[in-house]
Design a protein around this ligand. Structure first.
Ligand code: HPA
Ligand code: ZN
Length: 325
């Protein structure tokens, strides 16, 4: 049960992968609609498979499930379902990732993907009163050339895409591999964010700051191992989009009680709480707030600080941000 204070706390969600919001029920509906085979016989069997040894165990399952998304309507339905669920959690602003390469590989044109997510964003603003924006991500296990191709492909939509990110397999794919990708994205007017310090080391967070110059770091929990880096993140007020349930599910931390979020917050870091891939990791944004409240003993003032941080760290217009502080 979610604490009533958390349930009604206005918040922004800044780290959620749209393809990672596919609930098993919609997964099966889309698989049937598009005649895509699944390795599970029903929803319960799928849910039972959502136990992971780490990021590199999780990612192939995520990509396999995402392969049921084929038509424009599928992307609309996916985004609409997430935004409906987020609005119910008191999310007032959602900045959502879409990893377009998975779908391009399956032959889904970029226009099917972007036009329909953008239509769902516009409809949710009108119908649900939730403000949302799209961040296109590339996958770091692929080449930088492939990531630069993504930037060219999305150029016709550049005015309607707020940011550019980088996700997928971190270890062995350091930030320096994508230096030109981030420089190009920035030159084209995008805000930027990079997954770093999830299952990779603190050094990757430092390298991301030095080489990629992102506006935010996604996860960043490994930074806690490096006091000089923590001081830098604090002094430069770099936002960290932390995903507590994801970190436990992917064994980035040993348990929720051992999660460094409280220490990060007390060190003065601009930390936010997010869901990453909610059906896979056991919950939406309020479940993440609830988990840290219960296991780290966070009081209401701290929870409210985390929610305020989420607006401060957003890529929204400063005037809109100020209205939430
Ligand atoms: N980490 C990196 N890439 C991802 C994740 C994640 O947790 N989820 C979806 N893509
Ligand atoms: Zn992520």
């Amino acid at each position: 049960m979610t604490d009533a204070f958390i349930a009604t706390l206005p918040k922004a969600e800044l780290h959620v992968h749209l393809e990672g919001t596919l609930e098993p029920e919609l997964l099966f509906a889309l698989a049937a609609r598009n005649d895509v085979p699944l390795p599970w016989s029903d929803v319960n069997q799928a849910r039972a498979a959502y136990t992971f040894t780490g990021l590199e165990h999780f990612l192939p399952l995520l990509f396999r499930s995402a392969s049921v998304l084929r038509t424009g309507q599928d992307f609309y339905d996916l985004a609409h379902a997430y935004l409906t669920r987020a609005a119910a959690d008191g999310v007032r602003r959602a900045e959502m990732f879409l990893g377009v390469q998975t779908f391009l590989d399956a032959g889904v044109p970029i226009a099917y993907q972007l036009d329909n997510v953008l239509a769902a964003i516009a409809d949710a603003r009108a119908d649900l009163g939730i403000d949302s924006a799209l961040i296109v991500t590339s996958q770091r296990h692929r080449s930088q050339a492939a990531a630069l191709e993504v930037l060219d492909l999305i150029q016709p939509w550049c005015e309607r895409i707020i940011g550019i990110g980088l996700g997928a397999a971190e270890r062995g794919n350091p930030p320096v591999k994508f230096a030109d990708y981030f420089a190009t994205a920035r030159a084209r007017g995008y805000r930027t964010t990079i997954h770093a310090g999830e299952d990779g080391p603190a050094d990757y967070v430092r390298e991301a700051l030095d080489v990629c110059k992102p506006d935010r770091i996604d996860h960043g929990v490994a930074a806690i191992d490096d006091p000089a880096l923590v001081a830098r993140l604090r002094d430069e007020a770099i936002p960290l989009t932390v995903c507590p349930l994801s970190n436990v599910a992917l064994r980035v931390v040993q348990s929720m009680a051992a999660h460094p979020l409280r220490i990060m917050s007390e060190a003065g870091l601009l930390v936010t709480v997010n869901s990453d891939d909610p059906p896979y990791f056991g919950g939406y944004v309020n479940d993440n707030y609830e988990a840290v409240r219960t296991h780290l003993g966070l009081d209401r003032a701290t929870l409210a600080d985390l929610a305020r941080n989420s607006f401060r760290a957003s890529f929204d217009d400063p005037a809109h941000v100020a209205a939430h502080l």
